[in-house]
Design a protein around this ligand. Sequence first.
Ligand SMILES: C[S@@+](CC[C@H](N)C(=O)[O-])C[C@H]1O[C@@H](n2cnc3c(N)ncnc32)[C@H](O)[C@@H]1O
Length: 216
Amino acid sequence: MVVAQRYRSCSRFTRHYVRAKLARDPVHRDILALAAEEKFGRVVDVGCGRGQLSVALLQAGLADAALGLDCNVDRLVEAARAGAGLNFATRAQDFVVDPSIPEADTVLLVDVLYQLAPAAQAALLDSAAHAATSRILIRTLDPERGARSWITRGVERLFRRVLPNSGALVQPQPVAWLREVLEERGFAVAVVPCWRGTVLANVLLVARRSGMVGSS
Ligand SMILES: C[S@@+](CC[C@H](N)C(=O)[O-])C[C@H]1O[C@@H](n2cnc3c(N)ncnc32)[C@H](O)[C@@H]1O
């Protein structure tokens, strides 16, 4: 089944949103391509939203199990509906109140860190580093990419106005800081653009536990 079809019984907005995300946001292709090189095993999808990335990984056989965490219960209900029949679970959690993350081979943080205040980002990143036995993938807005960064902040703020549930803040931290935190905790980190075909400033941090085969 095509991943978007799994959302056919969800709201009209979600059906369009998921279809557009899967078709246009390069993060899905980029992360699925990485998983094709090295299977992701047990995944925790932190701030999973409607869960389309975890659902795509499971459906492609590139992950064994996935747990989606998010504070937005409506999105989790739709994610669970789309993931029916796959090894997919969801759990409601507010990372500001509880930044803990269960152990997993792979921890995904896609477009969520910059929605938190800096202290909450630090706590969640620390949890991710403790939880991930193999790798952490972070997609974030790089605040130091000139015009791209201004445009991306503007788009994020506009989304917040139109969709109040989109996240309370837009506070991207320097990529150098994210990298330093992960390196201090034993990860080798590569940073690659994740904005293909857009004017956005999104980058992907690929953090692997040092010593893993294929680490860079
Ligand atoms: C931009 S969406 C990204 C969703 C998903 N990762 C994706 O790529 O489609 C950010 C997600 O983070 C969640 N989020 C923001 N702040 C949160 C918090 N304090 N606790 C838990 N989830 C949060 C939002 O509910 C939202 O679903």
